[in-house]
Design a binder for this molecule. Sequence first.
Ligand SMILES: Cc1cc2nc3c(=O)[nH]c(=O)nc-3n(C[C@H](O)[C@H](O)[C@H](O)COP(=O)(O)OP(=O)(O)OC[C@H]3O[C@@H](n4cnc5c(N)ncnc54)[C@H](O)[C@@H]3O)c2cc1C
Length: 453
Amino acid sequence: MDFDSEDLARLTTRVAGPVLVPGDERFAEETATWNRAHPHRPALAVGATCAADVQAAVRFAAEHELPVAVVATGHGAVVPADGAVLINVRRMDVVVVDAKRCTATVGAGTETQSLILEAAEDRLAPLTGSAPTLGVVGFTLAGGVSPVLGRRYGYAADHVHAVEIVTADGRLRRADAGHESDLFWAVRGGGGNFGVVTSLTVSLFPVTGFYGGGLIYSGDHVSEVVAAYRALVADPPEELSVSLALVRLTPGDGLVVHVRTAYAGPAEEGARLLAGLRDAAPALVDEVGQMPFTAATALHADPVAPEAVYELSANLSGFPAEAAEALLTAAGPDAGIPAGLVELRQLGGALAREAGTPRAAGHRDAAFQLLASATGGPGAAERFRPALHRVVDALAPWSAGHQQINFRGGYDVAPRTIAAAYPADTWARLTRIKQAYDPHNMFRVNHNIRPHR
Ligand SMILES: Cc1cc2nc3c(=O)[nH]c(=O)nc-3n(C[C@H](O)[C@H](O)[C@H](O)COP(=O)(O)OP(=O)(O)OC[C@H]3O[C@@H](n4cnc5c(N)ncnc54)[C@H](O)[C@@H]3O)c2cc1C
């Protein structure tokens, strides 16, 4: 249903932040996303400054039967928001640390590095993603694998204490262990499907640093490095997280191998564990040493400036020698694949266990996560699709049959395929809770869970 200028004027009086339509001077800035691959073209953009702004925007969307898209940073902007009411929550970025309880309460737009810096003041650390400007809420709601502490403590969604959320009826609700138990279960794993989260309370952990850093090798040594990686991840302690990335910076560049290491334990033991990797081949760059936790988001050297990124991923049940051979054939120095990276992250440890209050967890049985990504201009999805598929298909014999929601790029957003990310009984319950809280599927510009009918 359309809206007219009077509707818009009424909304503007109810919202403290900007209310913008296409053609307005700041519309492009308000709707821009970090990932530029799938640009948003909403009907209306609301720059929310508080929960009341979010409520007004959601009520407007409900009155006009429009979908709602939520943007915090746009790292996960993989479903175009065409025709939607886009709620940009980046201004809601307050962080409050409770050092006694070891928790932090973050606003909807809080970025990873802000939370890390605030927590570090009290010698604590959160479970966050690899990039400094990633949104804490989007990362957490869909699971959230920390590349430094995930194997030790589990998914970020395992450690959520409370959520404040505006649901499709425009109500601001609190969901925690004692309130709205179905909603609390569903938002911790179900992503942005149940409403707009205005604040989130998460656990912090007594970690101030780690032993690790990046090792970069020439692509000429990829076989030796992959062999040393396999030896290291065969039986690692849960304090150790190591990922391997085959990186091509620009289309003409050769391959480099980037191994990211993090041991959340004593430096001497970390050095002992990583010795085989360091001896495998001469490193072009060796950054390994004792790091403050505030350096955790430098480990992957993720890009900070916006990019158009296209990605395919798969959870793997293992990475035996045959899989390593398949990876080297599909993505090694002689494979003609575009600029970008092919990355293997080890899962397992606490990521494989149920922890805390039960929640809508995805599958926990995978040992590794494979990600193949390419960077280029917007609209290049079809150009990159065959090359990315070649990589993921080569590892298909070791596929666990599912993916992490957070790493499902624009190729993997069809609602009928989202179910595969969850065990069948989890999926059935998610669709029933969706029906109860969002029967018209207002929150569908995401990895969508359709309401059960
Ligand atoms: C460079 C890079 C590094 C990454 N590293 C990791 C990693 O280490 N581990 C990992 O698990 N994932 C990682 N990811 C994936 C990332 O966690 C997801 O893309 C996540 O959705 C990003 O959230 P965001 O808020 O930054 O992005 P946005 O695009 O702003 O939001 C993505 C989605 O999250 C939901 N959402 C965000 N905020 C809210 C809210 N307040 N209320 C309701 N829904 C909301 C919405 O559905 C929205 O569409 C990475 C992605 C990139 C691009």
